[in-house]
Design a binder for this molecule. Structure first.
Ligand SMILES: Cc1cc2nc3c(=O)[nH]c(=O)nc-3n(C[C@H](O)[C@H](O)[C@H](O)COP(=O)(O)OP(=O)(O)OC[C@H]3O[C@@H](n4cnc5c(N)ncnc54)[C@H](O)[C@@H]3O)c2cc1C
Length: 395
């Protein structure tokens, strides 16, 4: 039996960051990961670091996350910060192809300004072409967040892990949590590799987090989905910003190495039990056609690999961050619905604040686990409808 102060279930970006922040507050912490650290969504995502077009409830958290991305040196030290390959302030642009999309951009920016947020701007076709000369003539302009950028997801997750380890956190890989029990004084955590005890438990289980909650009789949405990506061989540099679609399923960025990562919400087939997600050829064709329509330069690109990753999807497309509704000393942080990588450097700090003080300086009421009261929000759907998938797929 191993005893410690805190156990984090799940070694994705949020589990690693949470462990790091708990260690910074002096808590002895263990991360239990059923596969390997970064094996699921956190290691295979598109690396988009985006404030643009976020759900209103996520905006304060997303702004705080962007501050943290820009100060990775402070959190990780210069070497591990560099390892994340974060490139900020290249901007993310939602490209409008129709008049209706341009009108949507204007309405969105007006609404954001009325809420005090200045970071989104409408751009016309001329400014779009200045920033993205490779855009096709069908592109009329769009909406931009100039502070946004991208990073390397696998390396970022590993950097958070390594920093946490430097601070004394123990990572146990291939250690699946199969049972939880709360005694008078502490949690007993049963795994395939032994039993652990801790005062505090954090559920960062990603697409499987609902299973962890069910171990203590707490029912949370089970919905999950598979986002897909494909990557080209190296191309001559042609774009700096990350571009995404507004109504169209489009998203891509060019890495420092020259490869182009293409995604944008096309769905794969998820299998939660076998812990795999597959791409589906005819859907990937749609993604390729769309990206070529917007960027003719990609017509001659060579696709070298495609893949999919599993992610939890909440009915309202925003995460669950907060205390369990049924047990003491258990907090949840999951359900990032396709856009949780950008929030990676901040959610762990929010959880550590909740553990230490019961409060968060960043508003998180909208993420309360108790908001899913009706049964229709607790279904097991695995393919979201088109509207939700587009929202979730804005990378
Ligand atoms: C293809 C794709 C592209 C994406 N692109 C972007 C993007 O560009 N920008 C963006 O912001 N977001 C993006 N996302 C979303 C982002 O990747 C996720 O929101 C984020 O990584 C979620 O992190 P996590 O730590 O919650 O989950 P995960 O990375 O899934 O980690 C959860 C971990 O918990 C472990 N676990 C679960 N149950 C147990 C158990 N019982 N015992 C032990 N371990 C357990 C799992 O094995 C897993 O490793 C994308 C996602 C995908 C799939």
């Amino acid at each position: 039996m191993t005893a410690t102060d805190a156990i984090v279930i799940g070694g994705g970006i949020h589990g690693c960051c949470t462990a790091l922040h708990l260690a910074l507050r002096g808590l002895r912490t263990i991360v239990l990961e059923k596969n390997t650290v970064g094996r699921h969504a956190s290691g295979v995502n598109a690396g988009g670091v985006r404030q643009l077009m976020r759900h209103q409830a996520e905006v304060p958290l997303s702004i705080a996350a962007m501050d943290a991305w820009e100060r990775l040196d402070d959190l990780l030290g210069p070497d591990l910060a560099r390892n994340c390959e974060f490139i900020g302030s290249v901007g993310q642009i939602g490209i409008a192809e129709s008049e209706a999309e341009m009108e949507w951009c204007h309405a969105r920016v007006t609404q954001m300004r009325s809420l005090g947020h200045e970071f989104e701007e409408v751009i016309d076709a001329r400014e779009l072409r200045r920033l993205v000369p490779a855009a096709a003539d069908i592109c009329r302009g769009g909406i931009i967040s100039r502070r946004d950028g991208h990073a390397n997801p696998f390396r970022t997750t590993q950097s958070f892990r390594l920093r946490a380890e430097q601070l004394g956190v123990r990572f146990m890989e291939r250690t699946r949590v199969t049972g939880l029990e709360q005694g008078d004084r502490c949690w007993t955590v049963v795994t395939e590799s032994g039993v652990f005890r801790a005062d505090i438990l954090i559920n960062c289980g990603g697409a499987w987090a609902w299973q962890v909650a069910e171990m203590i009789g707490e029912h949370l949405p089970r919905t999950h989905f598979a986002s897909t990506l494909m990557v080209t061989s190296r191309m001559p540099h042609f774009i700096d910003p990350v571009v995404i679609g507004i109504d169209r399923v489009l998203s891509f960025k060019q890495t420092e190495a020259g490869t182009v990562v293409i995604g944008g919400g096309v769905l794969g087939d998820p299998d939660l039990n076998s812990e795999t997600a597959d791409t589906v050829a005819d859907r990937m064709v749609v993604s390729a056609q769309t990206v070529c329509e917007f960027f003719p330069i990609l017509r001659r690109a060579t696709i070298v690999r495609s893949w999919a990753g599993l992610e939890a999807l909440m009915p309202d497309v925003i995460p669950v961050i907060g205390p369990s509704q049924v047990a003491r000393n258990l907090w949840h942080a999951f359900g990032f619905s396709g856009h949780g990588f950008q929030l990676g450097p901040i959610v762990g700090s929010v959880i550590a604040d909740l553990v230490a003080t019961g409060e968060s300086a960043i508003p998180i009421a909208a993420f309360n686990p108790g908001r899913f009261s009706s049964n229709d929000m607790l279904g097991t759907t695995c393919i979201p409808d088109r509207k939700v998938s587009q929202e979730a797929g804005h990378e």
